[in-house]
Write a protein that binds this ligand. Structure first.
Ligand code: PEP
Length: 256
């Protein structure tokens, strides 16, 4: 019932894949498979692909996102990209706190929070990633880990801004490993996230927020995962690089 009222969002996270010319080719393949989508379709691409990606999707229903942003407006932050730079280009979404950034690039909940607030202040829609490590699941502290991430990553984010934020539940052990959470595991944690959001904000706000599942989602398992009440979409890595697979996931989301 509430699921039907929420925006279903299928977002590809291309990671460090595709040069600008390759990005154009892939988007030209994605556009036709996305054209009848009953959900939001986003491709989050490397910074250097943003310009060609925005040009290629012009006039279509495919939206473009970045894979990160910095919290400062400008300054001595070599190698970083500001929210103002993204906004001026026409980027609408930005992935924040992906587990690969947390694992390999020192991203913390504090920096995730700063980036999230900066994105929202600039009018970008953040896709904030949360998720437990395998050993945290094995130690039975998944809920503690997720509750902490929700509290810290959304610290000082208003209810109004939270409604513009997408939460991606991505169990770290399922990302790029071919190991998918079962639909029951995904639903259990996505429902827990919604309950935490209701505690932090209120039920109406929690019910309005899109919560995605991410972690080896593909054309074969998407329908079952996306049928769950609290799974409103997917953040997709590997399968988003193959238009036919991404299209099948979009179809699964459209059917609900
Ligand atoms: C991701 O990068 O967010 C992701 C879920 O990757 P994959 O689908 O390849 O597991």
């Amino acid at each position: 019932m509430n699921k039907a009222k929420r925006q279903a969002v299928i977002a590809g996270n291309w990671k460090m894949n595709k040069t600008p010319s390759e990005a154009k080719i892939l988007l030209e393949e994605i556009i036709p498979v996305a054209k009848d989508a009953g959900c939001e379709v986003i491709a989050c691409v490397p910074y250097v692909d943003l310009s060609v990606a925005l040009d290629t999707v012009k006039g279509t229903n495919v939206k473009i996102g970045a894979e990160n942003c910095h919290w400062a407006e400008s300054g001595a932050f070599t190698g970083e990209i500001s929210t103002g730079m993204l906004k001026e280009m026409g980027v609408e979404y930005v992935v924040i706190g992906h587990s690969e950034r947390r694992q390999y690039f020192g991203e913390t909940d504090e920096t995730v929070n700063k980036r999230t607030k900066a994105a929202l202040a600039a009018g970008l829609k953040p896709i904030v990633c949360v998720g437990e490590l395998l050993w945290e699941r094995e130690c039975d502290i998944t809920e503690e880990v997720i509750a902490r991430q929700i509290k810290l990553d959304l610290y000082d984010v208003s209810a109004e801004d939270a409604k513009k934020t997408i939460i991606a539940y991505e169990p770290v052990w399922a990302i790029g490993t071919g190991k998918t959470a079962t639909a029951e595991q995904a639903e259990e944690v996505c429902a827990f996230i919604r309950a935490e959001l209701a505690k932090k904000y209120d039920e109406e706000t929690a019910q309005a927020i899109t919560i995605q599942y991410g972690g080896s989602m593909n054309d074969a398992n998407a329908a079952e995962l996306l049928s769950k009440e609290n799974v409103d979409g997917g953040l997709i890595g590997g399968a988003s690089l193959v238009a036919a697979k991404f299209g099948a996931i979009i179809d699964a989301a459209t059917k609900g």
